[in-house]
Write a protein that binds this ligand. Structure first.
Ligand SMILES: [Mg+2]
Length: 180
């Protein structure tokens, strides 16, 4: 059984993590991605800091950014992900306009250690749905993702749901509770 799981607002408390950053998140993401692309898909904190400080008039240091990345695992719903990955194959399937930043966020959180694969899709759900041929169902917080995929799924609400709910729902959706 292979389960596709969204990252932001499902496996990861994205809002909590972004509260760690003392810069505007769009500035942060745009400059991250510019550095990443300019360096041939390689990221360097020093270049990122320089771009933030010179082009966007911030006053941040490399250690500010390092502290932020070091905090990322605190926002991963690690027990839930671990429980899921012990029972099923897990594919993280995430939609991102900033591919480099999304990879960095996932890696910094440590989520990649529990995933069999990571898939990053682009644009809008109607253009590129989260339709993984090898997945059996999708767990995602956005109803629009579920609307455009053929996979059965569970709309996860980080305010009210827990990963116990997820496991129960996956169990019901995949084998009707007959067997594990
Ligand atoms: Mg999400």
């Amino acid at each position: 059984m292979r389960i596709a799981v969204d990252f932001d607002h499902v496996l990861f408390d994205t809002a909590g993590f972004y509260d760690e950053i003392n810069v505007d998140i769009d500035d942060f993401k745009d400059t991250f991605e510019a550095v990443y692309l300019e360096n041939g898909n390689e990221y360097r904190i020093e270049d990122h800091v320089e771009k933030l400080n010179t082009e966007r008039a911030y006053d941040v240091s490399p250690s500010d950014i390092e502290r932020m990345y070091a905090a990322a695992p605190n926002y991963l719903r690690e027990n839930g992900l671990k429980n899921l990955s012990e029972r099923y194959e897990v594919v993280i399937v995430t939609r991102a306009s900033h591919r480099g930043w999304q990879k960095q966020k996932i890696t910094a959180s440590g989520a990649d250690r529990y995933a069999d694969d990571i898939v990053i899709v682009h644009g809008e759900p109607e253009d590129e749905p989260k339709n993984l041929s090898e997945a059996d169902l999708l767990i995602d917080d956005r109803p629009k993702e579920h609307e455009y995929t053929d996979l059965p799924g569970f709309v996860y609400d980080e305010k009210t749901d827990t990963f116990d709910d997820v496991l129960q729902e996956v169990h019901l959706l995949t084998d009707g509770g007959e067997d594990s």
